[in-house]
Design a protein around this ligand. Structure first.
Ligand code: 5GP
Ligand code: ZN
Length: 138
């Protein structure tokens, strides 16, 4: 499915120009127009999926497989020391473009990019019970 009003559908199809690193029949890897750091890239699906909750495992596998290739190329080119690979789902999680995409954010010492969170209290027994409940849904 392609959504007419979706900017990433248009970018994925090539209707809106982008700084494209790589393109396959399933995805396009582009540079983010407002990067957190030099080399910040996005892998966007060619089909429209709102988010990970809609994405199928087969397409996801291809995207993450390519992420390993892109990460190495970006690291070589930018000389970054590390990289965050992240993916936001839903406005509550910081998603601003409702078309599945994976971020590759190169990281350097003291680069000022912030991806931290406060941790919550939990207990081992609670974690075991929760893991079991989630497993029962797989
Ligand atoms: P999100 O917040 O949904 O996880 O990330 C959306 C990302 O898409 C942001 O980092 C934003 O800078 C990027 N973005 C939004 N519009 C465009 C665009 O038209 N072209 C490109 N290359 N990136 C975009
Ligand atoms: Zn779309």
């Amino acid at each position: 499915m392609i959504k007419d009003d979706c900017i990433f559908c248009k970018i994925a199809k090539g209707e809106i120009p982008s700084a494209t690193i790589y393109e396959s029949s399933e995805f396009r890897c582009i540079l983010d127009v407002a990067p957190a750091n030099k080399g910040h890239a996005l892998i966007i699906t060619k089909e429209h999926y709102d988010n990970i909750f809609q994405l199928d495992a087969e397409t996801a596998a291809k995207i993450f497989s390519f992420a390993t290739v892109a990460a190495k190329a970006i690291k070589e080119e930018t000389g970054c020391e590390g990289m965050n690979v992240l993916q936001n789902n839903g406005a509550v999680a910081g998603q601003t473009v409702n078309h599945f995409h994976l971020h590759l954010v190169p990281r350097n010492t003291d680069d000022g990019v912030n991806m931290s969170w406060k941790t919550m209290e939990t207990e081992a027994s609670e974690q075991q019970a929760l893991a079991k409940s989630i497993k029962s849904r797989i």
